[in-house]
Design a protein around this ligand. Structure first.
Ligand SMILES: [Ca+2]
Ligand SMILES: [Ca+2]
Ligand SMILES: [Ca+2]
Length: 285
């Protein structure tokens, strides 16, 4: 599922619903933001937000997409820069640095392993053999700084494709948030010979794939069985026993009999668990 949050310019972005948006900051020849929030982006949610600065042949525009997908045994995050165009007619080299930060909410299950990759694929577009460009990227996933990747210098008349990638395992997160912090650096040398362009049609992305452990056992219900606000209280035990025996609870909105939430009831295990928790024990035996 993707919730589209597409805004056409910085003025719009500032007022856009940024609850899902990554924090995007551009520095160098153009200033972008910072705008957006780090999240965290919840599982099953995705979105996109666009940016733009400069005008005409001296401008930058692009879209940041972010997704948090969860399945029964894994969770995956992507933070993508796409529909990106950076162009300049400057006589001197121009540099643009784009920083994107997004937090992703983790499932409550334990993370067994986390594998990450960052990569980009794009093209330079030159009208003169004097022109050239370069693109590089650094990325930090949680506490792991991935090795920088770079296109090296690309040049030549027409379209020049470039590509760089890296993937590795990273230290698994210890809290419920996974942060990706990516910085793209673009250099254009138009040499005053007309417009020079760096374009990323699709692929400039950080991704993380987490293998998850089994789901935790469901927690027990509250020991305030009769929901009168009083607990621990012997009346809760009396009401529990009464309802278990088929009688009426003394309060109007008592809890269900499946105290341990394992789906089985009526079940003596619920009574034993209730007694254990009432006595100060834990839900799990
Ligand atoms: Ca009570
Ligand atoms: Ca229950
Ligand atoms: Ca049960």
């Amino acid at each position: 599922m993707r919730l589209g949050i597409i805004a056409a310019g910085l003025a719009l972005l500032a007022g856009a619903s940024s609850g899902l948006a990554a924090v995007v900051t551009g520095t160098g020849v153009h200033t972008i933001g910072p705008f957006g929030t780090t999240g965290p982006l919840q599982a099953g949610v995705g979105g996109a937000i666009s940016f733009q600065a400069g005008s005409g042949m001296d401008s930058v525009s692009g879209t940041v997409e972010f997704t948090n997908n969860a399945s029964s045994s894994s969770q995956s995050f992507t933070l993508r820069l796409t529909d990106f165009t950076f162009r300049s007619t400057s006589a001197t080299p121009v540099t643009l640095q784009l920083n994107i930060v997004q937090d992703f909410a983790l499932d409550s299950r334990a993370v067994l392993s986390a594998r990450t990759s960052h990569q980009f694929q794009g093209s330079g577009e030159f009208v003169s053999a004097l022109q050239s460009g370069q693109m590089s990227k650094t990325s930090t996933h949680e506490a792991t700084m991935l090795p920088a990747i770079s296109s090296g210098s690309f040049f030549g008349l027409g379209f020049m494709d470039f590509f760089a990638s890296h993937n590795q395992f990273v230290v698994v997160p210890t809290d419920q948030i996974y942060r990706i912090n990516a910085t793209y650096t673009f250099v254009l040398r138009p040499a005053g010979a007309g417009v020079a362009t760096i374009r990323i049609a699709n692929t400039a992305v950080d991704s993380a794939n987490l293998v998850l452990g089994p789901p935790p056992p469901p927690p027990c219900d509250t020991i305030d069985f009769n929901r009168d606000g009083l607990f621990p209280d012997d009346r809760d035990l009396v009401d529990f026993l009464t309802v278990l025996a088929g009688g009426q609870c003394s309060e109007p909105a008592c809890n269900d009999l499946d105290f341990n939430n394992d789906g089985l009831f009526p079940d003596d295990t619920d009574l034993l668990t209730f007694l254990r928790v009432l006595a100060g024990g834990t839900c799990a035996p």
